[in-house]
Design a protein around this ligand. Structure first.
Ligand code: CDV
Length: 311
């Protein structure tokens, strides 16, 4: 048995501060068209794919950054991407900054949506693990103000039926946390899609800068294998507004093997024929959750946020 889903990982090169959303969308449509020609039914784009990575600049007033967010999805700038999806019969995952008013209050999230082959939104995820800091830290070469500009996602790690499988979404820093994969896998996710913006320089621990590529693949290969899922991870890469961003977008099989990887720091499409039935090689054997998991022994995972050392 095979259940083949050809997936494209559509890496983007840098997006300048002055680049319009219309321009970013045009770049994504070009990749979507290339993906359709290669037989893809699903394409994954990066985190915050419509604009430059704006959390690298401090603003005292939150209203000063509101221009980077989308208050509606689709909107006039992104509608052409939805139209292209429908025309080509290719769905997509898209990361963007979401501004929403709920119960009379304004909320800001780092969000990803899943759009099916008809151009309909079938899933939404708001980033749970927000890295960085809340206040201005001028000692850094650049800021990473996700904790200032976004609230913790309030939708949990959702899995969505689509593309004849079960699809999971996560965003950037989520990939470093094993809980992300496990909570998705416990809902039957067969694919985890993830967009990222990962600076090569990590100001608090610069001695790890040379390990960015290694840590990127290390956590995702482990997550794929330990949860028997495909992982499709897509960078915004290259030198963006003075900050070097990691590339190495990749598609990882449920065995943990990298089966496709981007070779550039620019706009690039990589594809792979992902057989969703290959998830069974892991899920029905070495990591057969129903047979081998011992949730009673894992209670601390949800009972505490920080460690509790022995008395
Ligand atoms: N956008 C991110 O979440 N970036 C983080 C960096 C700041 C460590 C990441 O995990 O790649």
């Amino acid at each position: 048995m095979t259940r083949m889903l050809t997936i494209g990982a559509a890496q983007l090169g840098p997006i300048a501060r002055t680049e319009s959303r219309a321009s970013a969308v045009a770049r994504m449509i070009a990749l979507l068209e290339k993906a359709a020609a290669r037989g893809c039914r699903l394409v994954v784009f990066p985190e915050l794919a419509l604009t430059t990575f704006f959390p690298r600049w401090y603003e005292a007033e939150l209203s000063a950054v509101d221009g980077w967010y989308e208050a509606e999805m689709p909107n006039a700038d992104t509608q052409p991407l939805f139209d292209a999806a429908k025309r080509l019969g290719v769905g997509f995952y898209l990361g963007y900054a979401e501004l929403t008013v709920e119960d009379g209050a304004t909320h800001r999230y780092n969000t990803a949506i899943l759009v099916d082959e008809t151009g309909a939104i079938i899933g939404k995820y708001r980033k749970v693990h927000l890295p960085g800091h809340r206040e201005d830290e001028p000692w850094r070469a650049f800021q990473h103000l996700e904790k200032r500009y976004f609230e913790t996602g309030n939708l949990g790690f959702g899995a969505f039926k689509g593309f004849d499988g079960v699809m999971g979404m996560a965003l950037c820093n989520d990939r470093r946390w094993p809980e992300t994969y496990r909570v998705l896998a416990l809902q039957g996710a067969e694919v985890m899609m993830l967009g990222y913006n990962t600076p090569m320089h990590y100001p608090p621990v610069p001695q790890h800068d040379h390990l960015q590529g290694f840590h990127n693949h290390l956590c995702m290969q482990a997550g794929a294998y330990q949860n028997g899922m495909w992982v499709v991870a897509v960078a915004k890469a290259g030198y963006e507004e003075g900050c070097e961003l990691l590339g190495q977008s990749c598609i990882i099989a449920p065995t943990g093997e990298i089966v496709a990887m981007a070779g550039s720091q620019g706009d690039e499409l990589i594809t792979y024929d992902c057989d969703l039935d290959r998830t069974k090689e892991i899920k029905e054997h070495i990591f057969n959750f129903a047979l081998h998991r011992e949730p009673e022994a894992y209670r601390l995972i949800t009972a505490t946020k920080g460690p509790i050392p022995p008395a």
